[in-house]
Design a protein around this ligand. Structure first.
Ligand SMILES: [Zn+2]
Length: 411
């Protein structure tokens, strides 16, 4: 890993279904400032991206920064990575194929990369959170919907078309209620922010929970936060909703754990704030249902970074891409597609600025791929080469002579 200068700055934008968070980081991805605002993703890309850009402008002024080297963006749906447009996202009407990358690049005057929000949270957790140093892990975001970020061998796994990890639409009951994706009985219809809000409202209206009924009367609506508050206060209906949701999630995760054998499972997102009641239920199901060999040394834990996981990961995503294009050092993944850049004078200056970087650390040996190693010329010692050549000559029925070529050579 190469660490960038503190003088560089990146932006991380985490667009959730009901809110968005923005952060500005330095070159080492330390958060210099962050801000959040409620924002309904269903209001469409133009409105949401306007709010995001305005928050970035405000942070830019607060932190005192003129320009950024890049902005990473997470959206709550499948993304055609690295081209950037969301692809038929169930929670995001009006966003399908919308050019988020181009619009934000022009608006912010900086290169932009867009990815799925769960993937960027996983990257953030690996950068500064509980998954530091873990190469194979799953990050499960439980927000309005449910998704899973997959890191295998230290790299993000997105699948062929970018939809890997969309576990919220794994069917857990074929006779279940209909889902926004058009199928029935998806995990998201049993658990996640939207499902909890719907079930809590039903319970309140049915008179099953005086606590939830009071919240509904006071606020006019219920959210997963209300369920968490009610559960923490001992409301039996809210506690059972949390446990039942945890069991459904655990059921899906047990299959994933048996299939992928990760070294860690991290639960994050707003609904993960339900905390240890949820965690205990998920652990119980996964440890009981997955293969013993896969769970023998498998921690299942809550996210350490919370709301900042997404913005840190978004900044990390774009910083790596910018760096990969500019690094003078050999890398195995140089074939990554170029970042789409704005055509402004400001962004056109980025390459020159990066060329002035002083690299603080060189790439350690482990980032050189096995393919590169196999392509690296190797020098065979004289003694070993001599033995091989003598043997070959004897196989041909001759005796080696002193003048035969025993010089070291490159093979
Ligand atoms: Zn579904």
């Amino acid at each position: 890993m190469v660490r960038l200068s503190d003088e560089l700055h990146f932006v991380g934008i985490d667009i959730g279904a009901t809110s968005l968070t923005v952060a500005v980081t330095d070159g080492q991805l330390r958060v210099l400032g962050s801000a959040s605002e409620p924002s309904d993703v269903r209001s469409g890309p133009s409105a949401v991206l306007d709010v995001a850009a305005a928050l970035v402008d405000k942070l830019r002024a607060d932190v005192g920064i003129d320009s950024f080297e890049g902005a990473g963006v997470g959206v709550p749906g499948p993304v055609s990575f690295p081209q950037g447009p969301p692809s038929a996202p169930p929670l995001m009407p009006g966003w399908d194929r919308f050019p988020v990358q181009d619009v934000l690049a022009k608006r912010l005057c900086t290169p932009v990369l867009v990815d799925n929000d769960v993937t960027i949270m996983a990257l953030g957790e690996r950068q500064f959170g509980v998954a530091r140093g873990v190469r194979d892990f799953l990050f499960v975001k439980i927000g309005t919907g449910i998704g899973c970020g997959i890191l295998l061998g230290g790299s993000v796994y997105r699948g062929m078309s970018g939809s890997a990890g969309d576990i919220g639409h794994i069917q857990v009951d074929e006779d279940g209620v209909s889902c926004a994706c058009g199928n029935n009985g998806c995990l998201e219809t049993y658990f996640g922010g939207a499902a909890l809000a719907r079930m809590a409202t039903d319970a309140a209206l049915a008179g099953m929970s005086p606590w939830l009924a009071e919240c509904l009367g006071a606020d006019g609506r219920l959210t997963a936060v209300d369920v968490g508050t009610a559960a923490a206060a001992g409301d039996p209906v809210a506690m059972e909703m949390t446990r039942a949701g945890g069991r459904r999630l655990g059921q899906v995760l047990a299959g994933l754990v048996s299939f992928l054998n990760p070294g860690l499972v991290v639960l994050g997102g707003g609904v993960a704030g339900l905390g240890h009641v949820l965690l205990a239920e998920v652990r119980s199901v996964v440890y009981r249902q997955s293969l013993p060999l896969a769970t023998g040394n498998l921690p299942i834990v809550l996210s350490e970074l919370g709301d900042l996981a997404g913005v840190v990961g978004a900044a990390q995503l774009v910083s790596e891409a910018v760096l990969r294009q500019q690094s003078p050092l050999p890398r195995s993944d140089r074939q990554a597609q170029p970042l789409r850049r704005a055509t402004t004078r400001q962004s056109a200056q980025v390459p020159q600025k990066l060329q002035r970087l002083r690299w603080r650390e060189v790439i350690p040996p482990q980032v050189i791929s096995s393919q590169e190693l196999s392509e690296t010329p190797q020098v065979i010692p004289v003694s070993a080469q001599r033995v091989r050549t003598e043997a070959r000559i004897r196989q041909m029925g001759q005796e080696p002579r002193d003048q035969d070529d025993f010089h070291t050579r490159v093979v």
